[in-house]
Design a protein around this ligand. Sequence first.
Ligand code: NAP
Length: 291
Amino acid sequence: MSAKIISGNEVSQQLKDEMKEEVVKLKAQGLQPCLAVILVGEDPASRVYVSNKKKSCEYIGITSLESRLPAETTTEELLQVIDGYNKDKSVHGILCQLPLPKHIPETKILRSILPEKDVDCFHPFNVGLISIGEVRFLPCTPAGVIELIKRGGFETSGKDVVILGRSNIVGRPLSNMLDQRNMNATVTVCHTKTKNLKERCASADIIIAAMGVPEFLKGDMVKDGAVVIDVGINRVDAPGTEKGFKLVGDVAFDEVKEKAAAITPVPGGVGPMTIAMLMKNTLTAAKETMK
Ligand code: NAP
């Protein structure tokens, strides 16, 4: 058996097309959704992410504002920029691109964004809402994972899900989301101290790998017919190629696709979904202002 490939490129495009239509309707009702993105410093990967977010906004019809600040920006200066966007009624979502320069405390910055404009869903208030099943926003990468499972045509209710990784960005919120009453999965979260990890994976109906370990999940760790979602993005050497490196996930794709019912590729799987879900949160934030 060879697995169905769940394409994040295709699903994210579908979502963006749906949102584009929705924005036309919102504009007709006098609502112009707007996302403000703040980039501090010159990190090359962050610049690419920010420019991709801008392109998605343009495609969907969301206004995108951008503050590009120098690496030596102080915490106070950054807080002032955020405060300006917090007070600006025409701005619905605020995103501060991570990582920040080392001298700026990330936690303090993320908590200064008003929860109702926190479209990355990193504010403890919004994280807490998920835990009690009163969702305002969903964090973008975990929401992308769940959308891929759903749009891939797979059910989570009653399924055993193993999540590899317990980070606050991926594994932890995913577990919070999947065992809520609307998803009804039974979740096991694994980390570096987990015993019998191989056996746990081999009995799972759905495995979500978010560890940052290249090709960790091998074919013999997956049961026949499992659904495998690969969040990992790892750069590994690829001598002789144009760039000298390639991107691989946390899943040994070629082996696992022979056993799984469905699998996401890297690149082109979870990656493109993250921005699509950010756009969705921005529309949610904008629509909230009409209530
Ligand atoms: P992270 O903060 O480094 O967390 C990694 C988690 O994996 C930790 O909980 C760690 O356990 C666990 N882990 C690492 N090695 C392990 C091992 N050998 N056995 C068992 N558990 C192990 O990573 P992250 O930020 O969640 O990111 C994970 C991966 O997803 C990375 O490749 C990242 O690039 C990718 N990512 C992709 C997207 C996207 O597609 N848009 C977004 C975010 C992240 P401990 O807690 O015990 O240390």
